[in-house]
Write a protein that binds this ligand. Structure first.
Ligand SMILES: Cc1cc2nc3c(=O)[nH]c(=O)nc-3n(C[C@H](O)[C@H](O)[C@H](O)COP(=O)(O)OP(=O)(O)OC[C@H]3O[C@@H](n4cnc5c(N)ncnc54)[C@H](O)[C@@H]3O)c2cc1C
Length: 561
């Protein structure tokens, strides 16, 4: 079997991977691997918009954006990284606009900007409520124009690392089932989040933490996995996202009694307080018996005041989703919503150029942790993160490959990779489907919105039992062509790694900060815990250590909205 060779290999074709590819491909031989067609990456689902301090509505600037981001992060973000994000994002959006993305505009032709949670100005640029789709399509057409080699429906199953230097990867062509050795001078991980470990999640099927687990297994440092964002408003039952844009445009939340309960929790920002706060407020309403419906398991999102005209113009996708999935007319009916997992704040630790602790291995986008989101990401900041840090990682990879030879990769790596995959095939093993369902339930119930030491320790024990069961699990379908059962079994291995880090980080962090809320330690503790949780694999064992948070301009303050 022939070995595939490219100067730069990017794993992931969402916005981060494509932004990296566009920065790198004019200067170096660049290839992108994606386990789904690039346009099916989760980025396409992004609805509400992308933050950039253009100041088209009010006197905004990068410093105000940076402050909002740091405050939103509950002071856990690294402030020099936040500055890079907020200084660079306007240029990246101008690039995307110039490539033909159709953003909504004001009457004077400048980009329209809507309010989003935790922002002191309307600074979220948008394309209706399909912003991710619009930007991803635009970048993808540039990828085609630049003749970037895309391995679509190829799944990377392990990284090749020798002496702490990344030399490539092992990848499986899902169409034929064949495994290939891929060698390169630099690898960029852009594999997205790990939300599918949760029973309730807005994430799409491919979001199984692959890159975080691949990097962890290869010895790279992973950061802040206990910080998991829960989105306050997802459709009851399916947990399809209802973007914050719905509240940005004027939607409000009501409990079973029709009370606008957010006035009790965030009297100033109300429904547009950051996500961690709105989510906990909803969950508290549900726990205290003010939830709506027979099960008391949801609150109402009231969009009626917007009227059908505004809904169809600015939130057409949400209008349609409510119609298709709940048979409701958002212009006339209340929409039942409940919180669900939404975003992975932790990930592969990188510097501002995307470099990880393994040489020639970079990471960007949701799988990375720079960290600009800290303990709680502001809505609209993730798309910004993908474009800014994807671009920087692409540039950095170009600089790295200029000073590097193509490695000679030992075929043993392919053999080992194949052995691990083949071990999952066969009759009579434990059921991967059953392990996955249990994992999802444990994560939602015990490592969810509200956490406690007892629950977290229980979750850790159960996850470790599932890891042991996984070692003897197998999939009975031995076919080679599009073996989705096998693919999901490999993904389950990745999810078990990320879930284990999430539960361990959460059980050790004895404070409440951003999305991580401990009932037994309800206060933020800057003295003890203004630090990043770091994870790494040492001789196959998970080790935890801590690193300081980089504070530049903004000293931690009490966070109120
Ligand atoms: C429903 C929804 C709405 C959102 N709305 C917004 C919003 O309005 N504004 C905002 O800022 N953020 C939003 N977010 C968050 C944001 O969309 C994501 O964080 C961001 O798009 C992630 O981009 P990414 O490029 O890092 O990863 P993704 O877009 O998830 O792409 C991951 C890529 O990696 C590939 N991949 C994964 N594993 C492998 C493997 N093993 N081998 C090969 N390929 C692999 C996948 O095929 C895919 O191409 C939203 C998220 C969701 C779920």
């Amino acid at each position: 079997m022939e070995c595939i060779s490219h100067d730069i290999v990017i794993i992931g074709a969402g916005l981060a991977g494509q932004a990296a590819a566009l920065a790198a491909s004019p200067h170096a031989d660049t290839a992108v691997f994606s386990k789904v067609h690039p346009l099916r990456s989760h980025s396409t689902a992004a609805q509400g918009g992308i933050n950039a301090p253009f100041g088209n509505v009010g006197e905004d600037d990068w410093r105000k954006h940076a402050f909002d981001t740091v405050k939103g992060s509950d002071y856990l973000a690294d402030q020099d990284s936040v500055e890079v994000l907020c200084r660079n994002i306007t240029s990246r959006i101008i690039d995307v606009d110039a490539c033909g993305a159709i953003f909504d505009r004001q009457a004077d032709g400048r980009l329209a900007q809507r309010p989003f949670g935790g922002g002191s100005f309307p600074r979220t640029c948008y394309a209706g409520d399909s912003t991710g789709h619009e930007i991803l399509d635009t970048l993808h057409s540039q990828l085609i124009k630049n003749n970037v080699k895309v391995y679509s429906e190829w799944m990377v199953t392990s990284l090749v690392v020798e002496g702490n230097v990344c030399q490539g990867a092992v990848a499986m062509d899902l169409r034929s089932g064949e495994r290939h050795l891929v060698r390169s001078k630099a690898v960029i991980l852009a594999t997205g989040g790990a939300g599918k470990a949760y029973e309730r999640s807005t994430n799409s099927y491919p979001c199984t933490g692959d890159g975080i687990s691949l990097a962890y297994r290869a010895g790279a440092a992973i950061c802040d996995m206990e910080f998991v964002q829960f989105h306050p408003t997802t459709l009851l039952g399916t947990n399809i996202l209802v973007s914050e844009a719905a509240r940005g445009e004027g939607g409000i939340l009501l409990n079973a009694q029709g009370e606008r309960f957010m006035q009790r929790y965030a009297p100033k920002m109300m429904d547009l307080a950051p996500r961690d706060i709105v989510t906990r407020s909803i969950q508290t309403e549900l726990e205290q018996g003010r939830g709506a419906g027979e099960q008391g398991d949801h609150v109402w999102l009231d969009l009626r005041a917007l009227g059908q005209g505004v809904l169809l113009q600015k939130l057409p996708q949400i209008y349609k989703l409510a119609q298709d999935f709940l048979d409701l007319d958002a212009a006339e009916d209340l929409i039942p919503v409940q919180p669900a997992q939404h975003y992975t704040m932790g990930g592969v630790r990188t510097n501002n150029d995307g470099e990880t602790s393994v040489q020639r291995l970079l990471a960007c986008g949701e799988c990375a942790c720079v960290s600009v989101h800290g303990a709680n990401r502001l809505g609209g900041n993730s798309l910004a993160d993908t474009l800014v840090f994807g671009h920087l990682a692409g540039e950095r990879a170009v600089a790295l490959v200029r000073r590097g030879e193509m490695p000679i990769v030992d075929r043993r790596h392919l053999e080992e990779g194949e052995r691990d995959i083949d071990a999952l095939l066969g009759e009579g093993g434990d059921s991967t489907v059953d392990i996955r369902r249990r994992l999802e339930r444990i994560m939602w119930r015990k490592v969810g919105v509200f956490r406690s030491g007892q629950d977290l320790e229980g979750a850790l024990r159960e996850i470790q039992e599932l890891q042991a069961r996984y070692a003897s699990a197998s999939v009975p379908d031995g076919s080679r062509t599009f073996n989705t059962q096998l693919m999901q079994a490999i993904e389950l291995g990745f999810l078990l790694d990320t879930a284990n880090m999430t539960a361990l980080g959460a059980s050790l962090r004895r404070e409440s900060r951003g999305s991580h809320y401990r009932r037994d330690f309800p206060q933020r503790d800057d003295q003890g815990w203004l630090r990043h949780t770091m994870f790494r694999s040492v001789a196959g064992r998970l080790e935890v250590y801590y690193e300081p948070v980089r504070v530049t301009q903004y000293q931690p303050e009490r966070r109120s909205y």
